[in-house]
Design a protein around this ligand. Structure first.
Ligand SMILES: [Cu+2]
Length: 227
């Protein structure tokens, strides 16, 4: 089971959208929780009350507690139109009507955890996914390159020293027999002045070798995410 901080599942359970939590919230990573709970909470619109989450978040507050930033986005994939949140470029692989949710929790000096939950895809199929620098556009290329914490001076970046899941946000997944997929990324940095703006779904899992690190085939679909 993949690592998922308890703080994130608690925050997601409140159903909060773009929110910056109070400065009393702890930044200490909680003990790893079962990854099974969060996707269920994401999908079901749980009724957990916000004050419960806030109490949990402040329970272990230490003397230095940087604020938590929680971001979430969701969309139903469709053909491109100027104000569409989720675009499919390959309806044969990401059907119109498929849905995706992304949530990210970050705290200075702790890092950023991002969760992707997606449904309506091909069953038992491998997809790649990453955070990209630009918003979604009329073509897959519009989303630009992968967001990199430490930018590779060489473009396009295919050097594993830069194109790796510690310097980028990778959200590869394999769907289950119902066409549902989920992925979690945890990195030890937070966004500064520049932020990622989308998550792009790709044709294959992400390659890691020199010369093609970070590549994952064609761009199938894109969800705008206000990281
Ligand atoms: Cu990508």
């Amino acid at each position: 089971m993949r690592f998922l901080p308890k703080l994130l599942s608690v925050a997601l359970a409140t159903g909060m959208s773009v929110t910056t939590l109070s400065t009393t919230a702890t930044a200490a990573p909680a003990s790893p929780a079962s990854g099974a709970a969060a996707p269920a909470a994401l999908a079901s619109g749980t009724t957990t009350h916000g004050t419960t989450a806030r109490a949990a978040l402040t329970r272990t507050a230490a003397s230095v507690t940087p604020p938590l930033r929680v971001t979430s986005a969701h969309g139903t994939f469709s053909a491109y139109a100027p104000d569409v949140q989720a675009v499919t470029y390959r309806p044969d692989l990401v059907a119109a009507g498929a849905r995706a949710r992304v949530a990210a929790l970050s705290a200075d000096r702790v890092g950023t955890t991002t969760v992707l939950v997606i449904s309506g895809l091909l069953p038992q199929h491998e997809y790649g996914a990453h955070a990209h620098v630009n918003s979604c556009g009329a073509t897959g290329d519009a989303a630009g390159s992968h967001f990199q914490h430490v930018p590779d001076p060489v473009k396009p970046s295919v050097d594993p020293a830069y194109a790796n899941p510690r310097n980028e946000i990778w959200l590869d997944f394999t769907t289950d027999r119902f066409g549902i997929g989920h992925a979690t990324s945890t990195v030890d940095w937070t966004f500064g002045g520049q932020r990622a703006k989308s998550v792009v779904i790709h044709e294959t899992h992400t390659h890691t070798g020199p010369g093609h690190a970070g590549t994952a085939g064609g761009r199938l679909a894109c969800l705008n995410v206000g990281f």
